[in-house]
Design a protein around this ligand. Structure first.
Ligand code: 4AD
Ligand code: MG
Length: 435
């Protein structure tokens, strides 16, 4: 029989567990990696980290494991047994006095030393992810995705998955990845949406969090070629209710992260209180946005798309998220419902967040499939390829609405990261496919 020696049941506690008063003066075992090693006044100090925290461990020359301590290197993995003592000067308030140190994996010379430029760190992302900032961002990302699931599952939504190989572009033909598929041309999904709409008569209220692909050449701090989109589609839902749903989930995630990731936000220099107490999101129409932009010296005309500059200007001055609603029909996708009061605009809303701009794209969906066909043709798509989609109107159509939220953009806002590239473990851009 194999007796497990590494499993928690037999041995170790997590680092955050042992940093509690009940362990003071008790002997514990922990395991982790050497974040830093230094020698001071003849003693060796090891900063040991695991996924839950960091603790200072100390050893003196007379101690049993002194020779292991002298040979251990940065990023080696180890198991340590020792006594926990209160030490206000130490990070986390406790220190571990080492009685035994066992090296599990002795690390070679750690390549991250002086060069900490973003480009170098992204080139060795598989290693630089171990740094404390990167680790904090990855934890918050997990919290954001968890929050999305929590919000919709607790409201009776089902989780639905659409395929990644698709016969048609879902959003805009210009930004698709085409690939060979047994002699046919197919696309990588740009959105789960068209298939999600087919699921409305099956599950009614659905959501997903899934990888999404856009062959977008723009090398900005908010674009990836592979990103994660959280999408929702709700049966019987009309435009005003859609706005409430989007605000509800963003507010829920911000509050959750503020509550559960306070230490990580603080480490990243972010104010958790801001996210815990967001005021009601503002709403302005596209038309109002144009007037405001022109008054402030922008050249934007009615009918122009809003770029990053315009979006950031409108949201940054308000310092809280804003919805821009009722965009011109010509600017938006074929599936959006025309406003009955003014068919030249659609019942669509983009949610903007400070410092970034667009976080969400959304609309009530059109049920006028003659018009949808016309608009597909205008965007140079072949309506014949969308026959499956038109069946939605042939067999029991109902009003419905939906939206898509860019996970990395939300993580970027919450963490203050410089780019969405820092908000996904292994970013994909037009110029980066490694590691
Ligand atoms: O506005 P988009 O294109 O909306 C849709 O795809 C809809 N079909 C969604 C739906 O209604 N179900 O994309 C939604 C969001 C954007 O607001 C943005 O946050 C993010 O996806 N996004 C990107 N994030 C990173 N890199 C890119 N290249 C992105 N393109 C869009
Ligand atoms: Mg959009």
């Amino acid at each position: 029989m194999i007796v497990p020696i590494y499993s928690k049941r037999y041995l170790a506690k997590t680092i955050s567990e042992v940093q509690a008063s009940i362990y003071a003066r008790k002997t514990v075992k922990i395991r982790g990696w050497v974040a830093k090693k230094r020698t001071l006044k003849g003693k060796i100090f090891l900063l040991i980290r695991d996924s839950t925290g960091v603790i200072q461990c100390v050893i003196a020359p007379a101690d049993k494991s002194w020779s292991e301590a002298t040979s251990i290197t940065t990023e080696s993995s180890c198991m340590i047994q020792g006594k926990i003592v209160r030490d206000r000067r130490a990070l986390g308030g406790y220190e571990l006095q080492i009685s035994t140190l066992e090296i599990i994996g002795l690390a070679e010379t750690w390549p991250i030393a002086r060069d900490t430029s973003p480009d170098f760190l992204r080139g060795i992302r598989h290693l630089s992810l171990r740094r404390e900032r990167e680790q904090a961002i990855m934890k918050i990302r997990s919290g954001v995705i968890g929050g999305f699931h929590e919000y919709f599952r607790s409201r009776g939504y089902f989780e639905h998955q659409s395929p990644c190989f698709t016969p048609t572009p879902g959003e805009s033909g210009a930004e698709t990845f085409e690939l060979k598929y047994f002699g046919k041309k197919v696309y990588l999904t740009q959105t789960w949406q068209l298939y999600a709409e087919m699921m409305i008569p099956v599950l009614e209220n659905i959501y997903t969090v899934a990888p999404t692909f856009r062959a977008d050449k723009s090398m900005t701090s908010r674009h990836l070629t592979e990103f994660w989109m959280a999408e929702v589609e709700t049966a019987w839902q009309e435009f005003p209710e859609l706005l409430e749903t989007m605000e509800g989930v963003v507010r829920f995630i911000c509050k959750k992260v503020a509550r559960e990731y306070r230490a990580e936000l603080t480490l990243l220099g972010k104010d958790w209180k801001y996210f815990a107490t967001l005021p009601k999101f503002q709403r302005i129409t596209y038309r109002e946005a144009i007037v405001e932009l022109r008054k402030s010296g922008f050249n934007t005309k009615f009918g122009d798309d809003l770029g990053i500059k315009e979006e950031k200007f409108l949201v940054n001055k308000r310092k809280i998220p804003i919805f821009i609603t009722h965009y011109p029909t010509k600017l938006k996708a074929f599936y959006m419902k025309r406003d009955p009061d003014d068919p030249e605009q659609v019942l669509a809303a983009d949610l903007m967040i400070p410092g970034i701009g667009e976080l969400i794209g959304s609309s009530e969906r059109s049920l006028d499939f003659k018009d949808v066909k016309k608009r597909l043709k205008l965007s140079k798509e072949d309506p014949k390829k969308y026959e499956f989609y038109f069946d939605l109107s042939r067999y029991g159509k109902v009003p419905h609405s939906g939206f898509g939220l860019g996970i990395e953009r939300l993580v970027m806002w919450l963490t203050g990261a410089d780019s969405v590239k820092d908000c996904i473990a292994f970013p994909r851009t037009p110029t980066r496919i490694n590691p």
